[in-house]
Design a protein around this ligand. Structure first.
Ligand SMILES: [Zn+2]
Length: 751
């Protein structure tokens, strides 16, 4: 019997093109298509494989900047004490044995590590006139490693404050803002002449004295939040934490960045300046604008914290980089020391956790970067991390060709909404700074569990040429969207793309000014009927409405023996539509149980609004389903998200990975061919603490549809360091990864 499920499987094995299959499905007898049959496996591995895009033309390495070929980065973050205790030869030998291409050496700005003559660049207490920076830089150069001159412009000492009171960040009462850990240090204001005069003076001095390859500032600009300063200059700026402030903040960051970059290039054309970056989806400065000028993205994302405990923090950062860099270089700083709060700067982290952060760095397309603070006792009181790094980096060096990623092949984009992440305070029902973080974690978790290949997309990068690779875009409560961005999303849908949006998406413009109706109302077929409704007791339910045939809609497959499913914690009420698939049963009392029943059991308020014009499909979720999934873990919400996203994608996928376990996957076009990265998160510590052990996964069956004319030479598992047999049917490549410990990379080399 031909039903939808085995029909799809037939489609896969013959490698037929996707779209004709979808249209043929319409001819199938609907009676044979039941929810249970549609998908045997909730991981969604029975979708329709679509061919990978045609390969990009080869790149001549000689045309690429030197940092594009950097594969490993090392840093001993130098302390004031190090000139007295660090064994420079041992330090240089270690990083050389790690096969790092670049080391960071501290110049600083808080304490000079060389005999600086710049006023207020205070010499460290153990420097004693020695040129510690110069000796370290020379030891690195002697071993063929490049040198990053590392500065810290964010703090300075009382003598500088006395001479330059205008350099300080100020509280509302006018008092200087001080370091919370060492109150002798004051915080410097990035709008003051400290950044115009003092920092350039140090860059000039270092450039005149030493052979360095580039300049870096730590501690500035701030990550994931915006400064709040009431000095004479800042008092004249727009109010802190507003969209207008964010714009002047970004302008100032970019202006200083370009100026410092110009100074770096005065000596060597291929030198450059870069600064502390990261902050994940929040970022700091506008990441679209930063991405256009940056030459090295320093993802200062060193490890998990109590506030951000999910294991994929590094991968998520890599996705951000991929969204804004157009293939330029990024390195993610992995702390080999103990991150968290409290954290220990001079004690090693659990080896499995260090390795997983390196794994995520590589999987998400960044260069691994090993970092430890202080060299006490020659090269560390605690040296346990050193072998972990040494083994790992030497393993990566055996497979360098496969880390040269060209582009992600994902067909699903998640609009991250950086402005919403930074500036939106949450809905009126729930003002909390963590709101968007929880929303993003919810969609991220759901996408991993569905084994979707996805990218992040920045809201300022919605041009058609960037979006054309995506079958569908997700807008998980992207509250702030400009009129222009809404127009770009309209164009995307008009050209056949699908959209899934939720809750307050497009309810605010780029200035956080509320709109009377959603900016995407016309496109998505929704209309706001009232302000956000929260939960006091039992949240709302979503009642399953039968379509004309009596069969529930495709987004409801798998929901059997129930007339309703959970709604979400918050929703924006919508005006009624024709033939809704889910309607709202308003929330009611949770306690006492005597009153825990719906006084209004049925309404015409839609909980979901769907549109389907054949090619393009749109789905609007009235509730904050992604975030509610994250905070409850409710499987019905997960299923609804999976079904809706698959429906929007027309069930199309670019790579299928079928097997047990909770994994994250990345699939890249690489210089030699393709690389499929699988990160094994099936672990008791995936959501808290550190990885303490590895729980290996069984076989993972992989299939992907290669572009026409592409031939495969071999498939190699880089962690296992063995080749595996593969099959080609038509252009469909299939192979099995027998096991995944913490991480595996299936590297496909083309003939
Ligand atoms: Zn200020």
């Amino acid at each position: 019997m031909l039903n939808r499920r085995n029909f799809l499987k037939t489609g896969i094995t013959t490698g037929a093109a996707a779209l004709p299959l979808v249209s043929k499905l319409d001819a199938l007898d609907p009676v044979t298509f039941t929810a249970q049959e549609a998908r045997a496996d909730e991981k969604g591995t029975t979708g329709i494989l679509v061919p990978l895009p045609d390969r990009l033309p080869p790149v001549d390495p000689a045309t690429e900047p030197w940092q594009k070929r950097v594969r490993r980065v090392g840093q001993t973050n130098m302390t004031e004490h190090d000139p007295a205790v660090m064994n420079i030869e041992e330090w240089a030998d270690y990083w050389h044995a790690m096969k790092v291409d670049v080391v960071y050496v501290s110049v600083t700005g808080i304490l000079a590590f060389y005999p600086s003559k710049v006023p207020f660049h205070k010499h460290g207490k153990y420097l004693n006139g020695r040129d510690f920076f110069g000796e370290c830089a020379a030891a690195a150069k002697k071993r063929g490693m490049r040198v990053v001159a590392r500065m810290s412009p964010d703090l300075n000492w009382p003598d500088a404050l006395a001479a330059h009171p205008e350099w300080a960040m100020r509280h509302k009462d006018g008092s200087p803002q001080l370091s919370t850990e060492d109150p002798r240090l004051f915080k410097t204001c990035m709008f003051s002449t400290y950044m115009d005069d003092y920092v350039p003076a140090i860059i000039h001095e270092v450039n005149s004295l030493y052979d360095v390859d580039c300049f870096y500032t730590n501690g500035w600009p701030p990550l994931g939040n915006l400064p709040e300063c009431y000095c004479a200059i800042c008092s004249k700026l727009p109010a802190p934490a507003t969209p207008a402030y964010w714009r002047v903040f970004t302008e100032r960051v970019l202006a200083l960045w370009k100026r410092y970059d110009g100074i770096a290039k005065e000596k060597k054309a291929d030198s450059f300046f870069f600064a502390n970056s990261g902050g994940n989806v929040r970022g700091g400065p506008n990441l679209d604008q930063l991405g256009k000028i940056i030459e090295w993205f320093q993802a200062d994302n060193q490890g998990r914290t109590y506030e951000d405990p999910a294991i994929w923090g590094c991968s998520s950062q890599g996705r951000v980089c991929n969204a804004v860099l157009d293939g330029k270089f990024a390195a993610n700083v992995t702390a080999a020391y103990s991150t968290g709060n409290p954290g220990w700067r001079n004690a090693s982290k659990a080896p499995d956790e260090i390795r997983m952060w390196f794994n995520e760095t590589l999987a998400s397309g960044m260069a691994p970067y090993c970092h430890f603070v202080g060299a006490e006792d020659g090269f560390g009181e605690d040296r346990r991390w050193q072998k972990v790094g040494l083994d790992y980096f030497n393993w990566t060096a055996r497979h360098d060709a496969h880390w040269a990623t060209r582009r992600s092949v994902a067909n699903l984009g998640v609009v991250i909404g950086q402005s919403t992440q930074l500036l939106y305070p949450g809905p009126a029902t729930m003002r909390t700074r963590t709101y968007m973080h929880e929303t993003t974690q919810g969609i991220y978790d759901a996408l991993l569990r569905g084994r979707f290949a996805f990218d992040y997309v920045h809201e300022d990068r919605l041009e058609p040429e960037r979006l054309k690779k995506y079958r569908a875009l997700l807008l998980p409560n992207v509250a702030m969207l400009s009129d222009r961005q809404c127009d770009q999303l309209r164009d995307f849908v008009r050209s056949g793309g699908s959209l899934v949006a939720s809750f307050e998406t497009s309810l605010y413009d780029e200035d956080l000014k509320p709109r009377p109706n959603f900016g995407l109302a016309d496109l998505m077929g929704v209309s706001k009927a009232g302000d956000a409704v929260g939960t006091n007791g039992n949240p709302y339910y979503a009642r399953i409405e039968k379509e004309g045939s009596g069969e529930p809609h495709e987004i409801l497959r798998g929901f059997v023996d129930t007339n309703w499913i959970p709604g979400a914690q918050n929703r924006v009420p919508l005006k009624p539509i024709n033939n809704p698939v889910l309607t709202v049963v308003p929330g009611f009392v949770r306690y006492p149980p005597e009153l825990a029943y719906p006084p209004v059991p049925h309404t015409d308020e839609p909980a979901v609004v769907l549109r389907d014009d054949g090619a393009s499909r749109t789905a609007w979720l009235a509730g904050d389903v992604e975030r509610t999934y994250w905070i409850t873990g409710h499987g019905d919400l997960l299923r609804l998200l999976h079904n809706t996203i698959r429906w929007a994608l027309h069930d199309e996928q670019v790579v299928s990975v079928d097997g047990p376990g909770f994994i994250e996957m990345f699939c890249w076009e690489t210089e030699p061919g393709y690389a499929l990265h699988l990160l094994n998160y099936s672990n008791a510590n995936a959501f808290h603490g550190w990885e303490q052990s590895v729980e290996p996964l069984g076989p993972q069956k992989v299939s992907m549809q290669l572009p026409a004319g592409v031939r495969v030479k071999q498939v190699e598992l880089l962690r296992a360091e063995q080749t595996v047999p593969f099959r080609i049917d038509g252009q469909e490549l299939r192979f099995t990864i027998p096991a995944v410990a913490d991480y595996e990379v299936a590297a496909v080399t083309l003939a």
